[in-house]
Each structure stands twice: as structure tokens, then as C-alpha cells.
Design a protein around this ligand. Sequence first.
Ligand SMILES: C[S@@+](CC[C@H](N)C(=O)[O-])C[C@H]1O[C@@H](n2cnc3c(N)ncnc32)[C@H](O)[C@@H]1O
Length: 260
Amino acid sequence: MPECAPSASVSPKRKVQNVHYVHSKKIGALRRHSFGRPRSQTVALPIADPTAFIRTNTRPQTVPHGPEIALWLADEVTPLWRLTEEELGELGLPPPFWAFAWAGGQALARWLLDHPEEVAGRRVLDFAAGSGLVGIAAMKAGAAHVLCCDIDPFCRAAVALNAEANGVSLAFTDADLLKASPPDVDVICAGDVCYEQPMADRVLSWLAQARMKGTRVLIGDPHRTYFPRDGLEFLAEYRVPTTRELEDLEIKRTSVWALP
Ligand SMILES: C[S@@+](CC[C@H](N)C(=O)[O-])C[C@H]1O[C@@H](n2cnc3c(N)ncnc32)[C@H](O)[C@@H]1O
């Protein structure tokens, strides 16, 4: 039996069958359960109003390691994850990454806020933006333009709400940029993208292509298993507050790196 059953109040239109929610609260386990689960036979529904969904299920909170920034964030993973699957009428979705400020993103945002010369006056891509945290930090640090990209269907609305909350302007695309050559920007920022082996391999080789053509590449990572430190330029290390809800620790040692 599933440890967390779906609520009984799901509307018939959105009702999904054979739900197997996990009770686990850590990203490692989230990763195993989310990416290992088969997608259901149900047809994905368009999201009626993602902005209203985010406003209803998250609340504005200050980013622990970047108190200059406030984001619409959730307090718990599992209930929101269940709701997103109900909203989309689909199972096996990745967790709602956009509703949390991940350790890698927090570290990279801190680096940009404290080192505005990295992005001031430059065109920046926040790759795998989630909430848009890193993109917001880049704009606050004086970037000329920031494009956020993420393939999660809630991210466009999350990034727009968070940009508005912080008084910055962010462009957004949900295109999978990994399927093409890296775009023509000055700086690519990638916060917490090495939580899963296939994704880490794809992203790192794509970032290496960007570096080959002269783009500055900055990565924030809390020493996750699939993040290879060898050959990277170390820039800073932080002790980033997170929660046992997301990680196995309340403080994550997290570093910022550049591709040399
Ligand atoms: C752990 S979250 C990090 C979010 C944010 N950078 C932060 O640090 O808070 C990883 C993000 O990668 C996104 N992602 C996964 N594959 C992607 C792809 N091919 N292109 C863009 N984003 C992707 C997910 O949707 C998720 O939002």
C-alpha cells in the first residue's frame, strides 16, 4: 500500500489510478522514485492556471543563503508533488523542483550577488532555472538580460511570479536547450543539475561545448554523487541552509565552480 494516499477530493476529471506516492523526503530518494517510476497511461492535462496553483500551494519566503531574494516556496515536497500529478493527470512526474531553492542554486546566487562583475552588463542563461533563483540573482547583480530555461511545465509561471516578487525582468523558455548547440550568451549558470547520472552527463558535455566557444560557465553544486570536480576551477564554498525535508542535512556544504 502507498504510504501517502492521494486525497479523496480529487475531481473526477483529474482522478488518476494506481497512485504510488513515496513517503521519502530526500532528493536522493526523490530522484530514485521520480525518474524510476513509469508514466501512467493517462493523458496529460493542460494546467488550468499554473499561477493560481503556485499562489495557492506555496508562500513567499526569503531564500536562506540569499536573503536579498524572496521566492514562492513550498514547505513540504510530498503533498505538493501529489497535487502536481493530480493537476496534470499524470503519474511518474519529477518532483516540483520549482517550489524549492536548491542548495546548488542558493550557492550560485550568493556568488553572483557577491561578485556582480561575473554578470554585470552581460547576457546570461540560467539553465535548469527551477524557481528562477539564479536568474534573479544575476539580474540583481546587473545582468543586461537573463533567459531562464526549464522543461518543467510549472516553471514558466513560477519564474514569472518570482521575477515579479523581486522586481526584475526574466525571459523564459521551456525548450530543451540540450538538444541543440548552446545559445549565444556571455554566461551560462547552472544550479544543482547533477542529481541524476544521465542528466549530469548530458548537461556537463553541453556546458563543455559552451565553454569551447568562449562562454563563461558557472556551476553551483552541493557535492552530489554525479558531479565531477576534477578539472574544474573552484571559486567558493558555502554552508547552505536547507532542510531535512529535501536533503539528508540541515546545512549542505555547497561549492561554486567555473569551467576552465
Ligand atoms: C534540482 S532543480 C534546480 C533548480 C534551480 N537551479 C535551483 O538550484 O534551485 C533541477 C532543475 O532541472 C530541470 N531540468 C531537468 N532537465 C532539464 C533540461 N533538459 N533542460 C532544462 N531544465 C531541466 C528540472 O525541471 C529542475 O527544475
